[in-house]
Design a protein around this ligand. Structure first.
Ligand code: RP5
Length: 163
């Protein structure tokens, strides 16, 4: 199976990024985690991205806060799918990172998830790998069915109480 690369701009992003790591673990998807910053360590970030396809990656998740250029900088150097996580920092409630990540120029796509949406980012990466992997697609179907059953259980409890 292809690996998922998880890149974050700072180790201070880890509390958010861990949700992506845990989701990939749940699905048994191989991954690598790195701290590379678009601004502080631009060369390693670019090198990782340029070599990612040859190194067995199928998708890259890039998480950063503030003036969050990391996902765009990664996307500039690869045609692998790049999923951006805008990380909420102390200022502006994460809107700075959201707009920096989502407003890419045409031709260099970054699939941007919600502010701090790390689990969703991992699920998108898993869905990308599942296009060519029936077993993984089956795990996604099972998880959806379980989530739907849990909601229906809650619905039943609410209906019994109020109707
Ligand atoms: C961004 O700046 C990082 O992704 C992080 O979210 C933010 C703050 O980084 P630190 O100053 O905590 O290292 O580049």
């Amino acid at each position: 199976m292809k690996k998922v690369g998880i890149i974050m701009g700072s180790d201070s992003d880890l509390p958010v990024v861990e949700k992506a790591i845990n989701t990939l673990k749940e699905y048994g998807v191989p991954y690598e985690v790195h701290v590379y910053s678009a601004h502080r360590t631009p060369v390693p970030a670019a090198e990782f991205s340029k070599n990612a396809r040859a190194n067995g990656f199928g998708a890259i998740i890039a998480a950063a806060g503030m003036a969050a250029h990391l996902a765009g900088a990664i996307a500039a150097n690869t045609t692998l799918p790049v999923i951006g996580i805008p990380v909420k920092s102390a200022c502006l409630d994460g809107m700075d990172a959201l707009l920096s990540t989502v407003q890419m120029p045409s031709g260099i796509p970054v699939a941007t998830v919600a502010i701090n949406g790390a689990a969703t980012a991992a699920l998108i990466a898993i869905q990308i790998l599942a296009v060519e992997d029936k077993e993984l697609a089956g795990k996604l179907d099972d998880a959806r069915a379980k989530a739907a059953a849990a909601v229906l259980e809650k619905n039943k409890a609410v209906e019994e109480k109020y109707n």
